[in-house]
Design a protein around this ligand. Structure first.
Ligand SMILES: Cc1cc2nc3c(=O)[nH]c(=O)nc-3n(C[C@H](O)[C@H](O)[C@H](O)COP(=O)(O)OP(=O)(O)OC[C@H]3O[C@@H](n4cnc5c(N)ncnc54)[C@H](O)[C@@H]3O)c2cc1C
Length: 418
């Protein structure tokens, strides 16, 4: 049986960063398994710019960003196997995988990093009414067709959902000569980054229809149009507002789901708030020696934070392999009013260098508000922003010296008016 100190499942930015950091911390026998033809993950299809502003202080395209990490991997003894799909891992951390070239494989690992990313919600997931004509795609599939495979999915488009992928595809389809009739968004606010609304819709006069949805897709063989409607405060379509838009293509940008079948089959509990495994400060999961990072833990807005989280898990792996990883947590985290989730879910202070970054998302749009961290009634720290938006992840840093003065217990995050 093949034997490695660390097996990384998924060769996207999270997995690459985890492997590079573990290597820098002295772990030598590392294998990255990637089911796609090449390393880089979803970034390979994101040929627009805007990546790496935090990490590299530069505006890179997705492939440029991932190439920086692929080059770092190439400078090491880290091994990679592409075209290789991991099926499951056993309780003893035997990784079972299948590859076109090598067939079925069993790999014994001392530590494993889960970095399988996310997949998109589909038409079935949102139960979109109508027949099943050709021409309904997730925005990411359309992105892959255009940017990697060289196919144009359609000419007249309606996009449902204003997540970043949908916004970016509105601009991309326009560049390629299609007409984007509208982007419909169920919520009264967009689910994409502000910069993407400006650069992808406003700059091209593409209408963003907030509090709107598609109630029906028309067409038998190919999409011929959609009926859209305004929704009330309970998200119910208002019949008087029904309006038909002729189009040949519908793109769905209705959310991402962390890809956690392997996690669940390994018996690792998934947090219902994040749909990813519960993790500690170095991204250790509930299963000893198994770590997780990137979109498989929670949906990130910027890849820079994915790389940061990957590096944390790489540090965790190195500590674990040296027998230095402390396991009993001092703190658990909780989300209170206005906060959707908090990662990490637990913190062990002995594993922390100088600070902990808590990633979280707010549930709604908040003006003139502040995010605060409490233990019981005691205010620990706070974070101000001009505006808090569900689309923009909040990075809330707390110094180790502040946490060291607290009793073990729960840290609760809450949005409060100022
Ligand atoms: C359309 C789009 C636009 C974006 N725009 C921006 C932007 O402008 N700026 C920005 O900073 N970020 C952007 N992002 C976000 C950023 O790209 C992601 O946050 C990041 O790629 C997530 O990294 P990851 O490694 O966690 O997952 P991924 O990149 O999804 O990588 C996961 C990898 O795991 C592999 N995998 C999954 N399951 C298995 C298995 N069983 N066996 C083997 N391999 C497996 C997959 O093939 C994949 O390669 C965008 C994302 C998308 C989709």
């Amino acid at each position: 049986m093949l034997k490695y100190e660390l097996v990384v499942i998924g060769g996207g930015p999270a997995g690459l960063s985890a492997a590079v950091e573990a290597y820098e911390q002295g772990v030598r026998k590392i294998l990255i398994l990637e089911r796609d033809k090449e390393l880089g993950g979803i970034l390979n299809q994101c040929i627009h710019n805007g990546f790496g502003l935090h990490r590299f202080k530069e505006e890179l395209t997705g492939p440029e960003y991932s190439l920086r990490y692929i080059d770092l991997v190439k400078d090491t003894t880290i091994e990679t196997l592409t075209d290789t799909m991991v099926l499951e891992i056993s309780e003893q951390k035997v990784v079972r995988a299948i590859s076109a070239e090598r067939g079925y494989m069993e790999i014994e690992a001392k530590a494993v990093v889960f970095s399988m990313g996310c997949r998109e919600r589909t038409r079935g997931a949102i139960q979109l009414q109508g027949d099943r004509p050709a021409g309904v795609f997730t925005a990411g599939t359309a992105q892959r067709f255009i940017n990697m495979e060289g196919y144009m999915p359609g000419k007249r488009v309606v996009i449902l959902g204003s997540g970043d992928i949908g916004l970016i595809m509105a601009r991309r389809m326009t560049f390629e000569g299609a007409k984007v009739e509208a982007v419909c968004e169920l919520m009264p606010y967009s689910n994409g980054l502000t910069r993407n609304i400006v650069q992808c819709l406003d700059d091209y006069d593409i209408p963003l229809m907030l509090s709107h949805t598609i109630v029906k897709v028309h067409g038998k063989a190919r999409v011929e149009g959609v009926t859209i409607a305004k929704v009330d405060e309970n998200f119910k379509p208002i019949p008087e507002s029904f309006k038909r838009i002729d189009c040949d293509t519908v793109l769905l940008s209705v959310g991402l789901i962390p890809e956690n079948e392997i996690t669940q089959n390994a018996g690792i509990a998934v947090d219902t708030r994040t749909s990813g495994p519960k993790v500690g400060e170095l991204r250790q999961t509930e299963m000893e020696g198994v770590f997780a990072c990137g979109n498989v833990v929670h949906v990130h807005d910027l890849v820079d934070f994915v790389s940061e989280e990957g590096a944390l898990s790489g540090k965790g792996v190195a500590k674990y392999l040296k027998g230095e990883l402390e396991t009993t947590p001092n703190f658990s985290t909780a989300n209170s009013d206005g906060i959707g989730y908090v990662v990490p879910q637990t913190v062990n202070l002995s594993n922390v260098d100088d600070q902990v970054t808590f990633y979280m998302r707010v549930r709604s749009v908040y003006d003139k508000h502040i995010v605060r961290a409490y233990q019981g009634d005691t205010l620990i720290a706070e974070k101000k922003e001009r505006k808090f938006l569900p689309a923009e992840m909040v990075n809330f840093k707390i110094k180790k010296e502040i946490l060291a003065n607290l009793a073990d217990g729960e840290i609760r995050f809450v949005v409060e008016e100022v």
